[in-house]
Design a protein around this ligand. Structure first.
Ligand SMILES: NC(=O)c1ccc[n+]([C@@H]2O[C@H](COP(=O)([O-])OP(=O)(O)OC[C@H]3O[C@@H](n4cnc5c(N)ncnc54)[C@H](OP(=O)(O)O)[C@@H]3O)[C@@H](O)[C@H]2O)c1
Length: 136
């Protein structure tokens, strides 16, 4: 059985993804934000999460208990990274340059839209949803 490759992210009302290395809404105690974090932990439990160095650095130590978290780098070939986890559910966890490259491999996107409309320095790109694998 081939790996199932998924992506999960939360975005603000205009596609805000990140700010200064954190989630733009970090610390917001609203129920939507709390529910989103809980859902992330629930859905990724028992699976593999691959992400760039800044995203991995923002993951709390507690998260390592029930999932395999792997830092990926730009010199690694995506097909080879994904092949390391056959028969697994692999979540591609960002940030944007990672989704840009791994988008053609993603079978399922799980996007939560949060009621945040403030600043960001990282943005969701809808083009990722229709990215086709380039030949070769
Ligand atoms: N809202 C959400 O759901 C969500 C989810 C994830 C992240 N974020 C936010 O996004 C921000 C972090 O993202 P970021 O993009 O700044 O940094 P990042 O997570 O480190 O991801 C980008 C880095 O991944 C590495 N990378 C690994 N494989 C790559 C590939 N095949 N092609 C290109 N780069 C690859 C590159 O670093 P090297 O060249 O050094 O290897 C690249 O600079 C934070 O603010 C975080 O909170 C938000």
């Amino acid at each position: 059985m081939a790996a199932e490759i998924r992506a999960m992210c939360a975005i603000g009302l205009r596609g805000q993804l990140g700010l200064k290395g954190r989630l733009p809404w970090e610390g917001n105690k609203g129920w939507q934000y709390q529910a989103d974090v809980a859902r992330f932990f629930d859905l990724t439990k028992g699976h593999v999460l691959i992400a760039g160095p800044a995203t991995v650095a923002s993951i709390p130590p507690l998260a390592y208990k029930h999932r395999t978290i792997v830092e990926i780098r730009s010199h690694m070939h995506p097909a080879e990274v994904l092949a390391r986890f056959p028969e697994s559910v692999i979540y591609v966890g960002g940030g944007p340059p990672v989704w840009e490259i791994y988008a053609p491999f993603i079978d399922h996107w799980d996007i939560t839209r949060l009621p945040y409309d403030g600043d960001a320095d990282r943005w969701f790109d809808p083009a990722w949803l229709v990215a086709a694998e380039t030949p070769g």
